[in-house]
Structures are given as C-alpha cells and as structure tokens.
Design a protein around this ligand. Structure first.
Ligand code: SF4
Length: 248
C-alpha cells in the first residue's frame, strides 16, 4: 500500500523535472526518486524506514511519468542537498524515467545497476536500463570555457587535471569520474606517478605522452574518445590504464 497525494493522481499528463545529483544514501537522485515529492511527509518517513529502494521503484509503478525534463546544469558531486556543485550545463529530455536515470547515473560516473531502485524499477516494468539501445540525440555546441569550481572537494580533484580550454560538460564529467575513483582509493596511484589527466580543446593536434580524455586529446598516447565521454566510461578507462601501468 502506498499513500500518494491526490492532486497527482488527478493529472492528465505528468512532467517530472528532477535535478541530476549524487545522493548520500541511494548514490543518485534523478527522475525515479523525484516522485517522492508526490507523497506526504509521513509516507516519506515510511519510505526511509523501508530502505528507500523498493518503495521508490513501487512508487513509479503507481505514478506514471509522461515526460522527464532533467536539470543537469549544476548538480552535486556527493550530496543531494548541495555543497559540492559541479557545472555540467546539460538538459535531458525523455519519456522513460528508468532510462533517464540509467543514463544520468553514467553521466556522473556510476553504474546504473549499482543503484538498486533503478534495477527494481526495470524489473517492475517501469522502463529499460538499456542505454546502449536507446536513441539519444545530442543537441548544441560544445564551447570551451572551464567551469568555476565553488566546492573545495571539486577544487582538490581538479589538481589531478591538466586542462586547456576544456568545455564545461567534459570537465564536469572528469570531475565526477575522479570523485568515483577517489572513493575506490585510486587517486593515490595518480599522485604517485605525478600523472595529470589531459583534457580540452587546447590539446587538439598535439602529440604527447600521458592519459587524455575526450576527442580533443586524440593525440595523447592513452586516449579515451568521446565528445564528451561519459563519467562512467572515464572511470573504467582510467581504472584500466592504472592497472596496465602497474602503479600500485
Ligand atoms: S572532447 Fe568535446 S566536449 Fe571535450 S573538450 Fe573537446 S570539444 Fe569539448
């Protein structure tokens, strides 16, 4: 049994407008979890007592989202209430909240299946996590202009980056990826080798040693393509590169 605000059940068409952020308990908050805004506070407390994941997935069976518009302009690196904002300058629009969450998770460096409510929502028939089969249309031009990092954590992570005219969306992806690598204890390996990840349009047509992220750093010896690459792909790539060069 779920208690849902009646005004939501009376709607003809529901547009869900979440902010893409990391979350201290569920790792991610985006479309599926945003529907908690459609239940009374007493029910929210009950969701927490039940561990959040299963009730969030069930809520998305009871309330059908017709359209999702995600504010991915400046979400948070670690915490849903803010503190470590990272500009990403993205808006995402889609019909399937499971797919949107799976894609959003990858954009901030997480494996969608490490977030239990996403997997459960797929099992309950709310949508699909198959990002590879999704039709994704990207609009807009990349513009060089590194973001201003207001957060001390993001600042610390930026010390692992050699950026030259990087677009904010690319730079933000790398910051998210470095935060996940820090959680895995892998950043020490980068420090030991004094390695900085190269990124940005200033590396175009340059041939150099090191690790580069994004199409602009195609001339760097170890390069992950993408414009921009997803944070999840950056995490996997850097993790593999660190294993190969046996830094530990
Ligand atoms: S790879 Fe694309 S998004 Fe990244 S810095 Fe180059 S142009 Fe910008």
């Amino acid at each position: 049994k779920l208690t849902i605000c009646k005004s939501v059940l009376d709607l003809d068409y529901l547009i869900n407008v979440p902010v893409l952020k990391a979350h201290c308990q569920t790792k991610l908050t985006c479309a599926l979890k945003n529907l908690k805004g459609c239940i009374p506070d007493s029910e929210k407390r009950r969701f927490h007592s039940q561990g959040l994941h299963r009730p969030i997935a069930a809520l998305n069976v009871a309330i059908k989202t017709d359209l999702v518009v995600v504010d991915g302009m400046c979400g948070d690196l670690t915490f849903e209430e803010g503190g470590n904002p990272v500009p990403m300058n993205r808006i995402m629009v889609g019909y399937d909240p499971v797919l949107i969450d799976a894609y959003g998770a990858e954009l901030i460096g997480l494996n969608p299946h490490s977030i239990k409510y996403i997997t459960l929502a797929e099992e309950y028939g709310v949508g699909s996590t198959d990002v590879d089969k999704a039709e994704i249309i990207e609009l807009g031009h990349r513009q060089a202009g590194q973001p201003i990092l207001a957060s001390p954590l993001a600042h610390r992570l930026s010390s692992y980056i050699d950026a030259r005219s990087a677009c904010s969306v690319c730079y933000g992806s790398l910051i998210h990826a470095l935060a996940r690598l820090q959680d895995e204890g892998l950043l020490k390996a980068l420090s030991k080798k004094n390695l900085k990840i190269k990124i940005g349009q200033g590396f175009r047509n340059k041939k150099e040693e090191g690790i580069g992220v994004g199409n602009c750093t195609a001339g760097i010896r170890h390069n992950l393509p993408g414009c921009p690459p997803k944070a999840k792909d950056i995490v996997e790539y850097i993790r593999n590169e660190l294993c190969k060069i046996n830094i530990n």
